[in-house]
Ligand binder design. Structure first.
Ligand SMILES: Nc1ncnc2c1ncn2[C@@H]1O[C@H](COP(=O)(O)OP(=O)(O)O)[C@@H](O)[C@H]1O
Ligand SMILES: O=C(O)C1=C[C@@H](OP(=O)(O)O)[C@@H](O)[C@H](O)C1
Ligand SMILES: [Mg+2]
Length: 173
């Protein structure tokens, strides 16, 4: 990891980007930024309100703007699970230090089922699984895959610290 590098975490809803990202930033002693939090601060609206008022398309535009704003800062950035649906965001992430937190769908579903703070999580299960499958190749192409199924947030963040410390080039991609 080089100085001023932005470390991005991607993966489906529930993968632990927010939870493990905070721990990783603490361990690296750099700041932590969560795109969903930034968007809510900038708009003064909740994520469900933005989806209701501006649609998913409006939310994606705001999400990409937030991504560009944080890029280049020395920070761990938790993205939202749908960021890879925006081609320009994929382009930015694939050129950056980015990790894909990979967790099987069934485990994710248990973590997020019925979560009203995540509008996409309220889709019927087969539709949600389709989203997951559609996004998989995008996650894989943007970041280094970390198999997190059996890792606690602490173990996961520790694993990322090791990879970042060992990496001679940007995050070992
Ligand atoms: N490694 C993990 N093992 C088990 N549960 C986890 C893990 N990481 C996160 N969780 C739980 O899953 C839910 C979603 O976590 P969160 O960090 O918000 O995910 P994301 O930001 O990727 O959507 C939370 O209830 C959190 O406590
Ligand atoms: O997968 C998605 O489309 C979304 C994921 C959410 O972030 P998390 O992945 O942190 O839940 C949030 O950006 C929004 O609800 C949409
Ligand atoms: Mg999150």
């Amino acid at each position: 990891m080089t100085k001023n590098e932005t470390v991005y975490l991607t993966g489906f809803m529930g993968a632990g980007k927010t939870t493990s990202g905070k721990l990783l930033a603490e361990k690296l002693n750099i700041s932590f930024k969560d795109l969903d939090v930034l968007i809510q601060e900038q708009t003064g609206k909740t994520i469900p309100d933005i989806f209701a008022e501006e649609g998913e398309k409006g939310f994606r535009e705001r999400e990409y703007e937030a991504l560009k704003m944080v890029s280049g800062s020395e920070a761990v950035v938790a993205t939202g699970g749908g960021i890879v649906e925006t081609p320009e965001a994929r382009d930015l992430l694939s050129k950056s230090c980015c990790f894909y937190l990979s967790v099987p769908f069934e485990e994710l579903f248990e973590r997020i089922e019925g979560d009203e703070t995540r509008p996409i999580a309220l889709l019927e299960k087969p539709k949600l699984q389709k989203r997951y499958e559609k996004r998989l190749p995008f996650y894989e192409s943007c970041g280094k895959t970390i198999d997190c199924a059996s890792l606690t947030p602490d173990q996961l963040s520790e694993e990322l610290v090791k990879i970042l410390q060992d990496a001679r080039s940007s995050c070992g991609k």
